[in-house]
Design a protein around this ligand. Sequence first.
Ligand code: 2IT
Length: 445
Amino acid sequence: MNVQNILLNLEAKHPGEQEYLQAVTEVLESIEGIYNENPQYESAKIIERLVEPDRILTFRVSWVDDRGQVQVNLGHRVQFNNAIGPYKGGLRLHPSVNLSILKFLGFEQTFKNALTTLPMGGAKGGSDFNPKGKSDNEIMRFCQAFMLELWHIIGPNTDVPAGDIGTGGREIGYLYGMYKKLKMENTGILTGKGLNWGGSLVRPEATGFGATYFVNEMLKANNDSFKGKIVTVSGFGNVAWGVALKVTELGGKVVTISGPDGYIYDEKGLDADKIDYLLTLRASNNDIVSPYAEEFPEAKFIANKKPWEVTCDIAMPSAIQNELNDDDAALLLSNDVKYVAEVSNMGCTSEAVEAFHKAQIPFGPGKAVNAGGVGVSGLEMSQNAMKLNWTVEEVDAKLHQMMFSIHEACTKYGTEPDGYVNYVDGANIAGFIKVADAMLDQGII
Ligand code: 2IT
């Protein structure tokens, strides 16, 4: 494989799709060695087949707002790869959504899902719909209109969407309601459902809890622990909330959260009341964190800045792609950061990742660190198929085991001769081998 040639071809075919090309570049650089050692990959053109999604459905979503005005959005579902199981991945509702972003997310999801140990392929979808400031009824009408198109191509053994940025329990409910109406059946076609209609315990917490379990394994590998560690977190949504809960429980101190308006520095750390308040912030549909400093006056709100200027032991970006760049990485390193773990998908730019690797800081990539979210989605699918519910203890134990085995896989494939674990290489190689070998087994399709 010549990585440069493949990338030049892709760039010519998909000009300007920066996030997608960034995600592909990172994976190809990691797997180049193993690919070239195994000529059967090359002769089956595994890379050429793996970097393009199986198919993309793009559709118009028309709905009526509270003033009676017609609104038109664009919806997409990128079914990336189903070599190891049904397509699986979230739906993002955010004004920035475009095909480059959904293709990068679907590509990442393919490897992430392979790492979970469960049989799930990769997909992603969403819309440029902006939930900010929308009423409950507007959200419902949008979700119903979105499902009027999406339902044709999903199914419990075909494609199972879930939440992502802008899509939480409420949106999953409205989407599920419309699917049920159209198809006249109750099946596990979405995950992140409500507990009394097919949802799984621990799914809301799973991404943040899983990420914290993964970082705990990184710490243990260095004879270290969360006890007394200062942790900076970005974002204030579902993922940041789960991280704050579990890190605090394990003895770490979360001192920041952030939104598009700036960040909160809370030197005392987030306690149970403050973590609960994140849910209020999120439910407000306002996408701002400044009210936190009014509610808890000992905290400071720093407008239009990112939390990476705060001195910390562990940084856990938990908001959106490319939220931590080379300047932020330099700041963190100059303040002696010891561990960095992407909880958001591709939360760090390539330059930032390179800086952490160069400084030999243990760095966990999103597709390993945040895999607990989709992992528990997989457990929700299992429970739906068996028509039963597992207890909190059962789901949490399975999540724990999953994150432990993902850490093992990263160590197995990513340990360098000097002992430094390159978690990016480890995750990419482990995920790739599983998907590529399944593709080989199933012939040229
Ligand atoms: O990025 C992700 O892994 C998710 N948004 C969760 C996907 C899922 O199917 O639970």
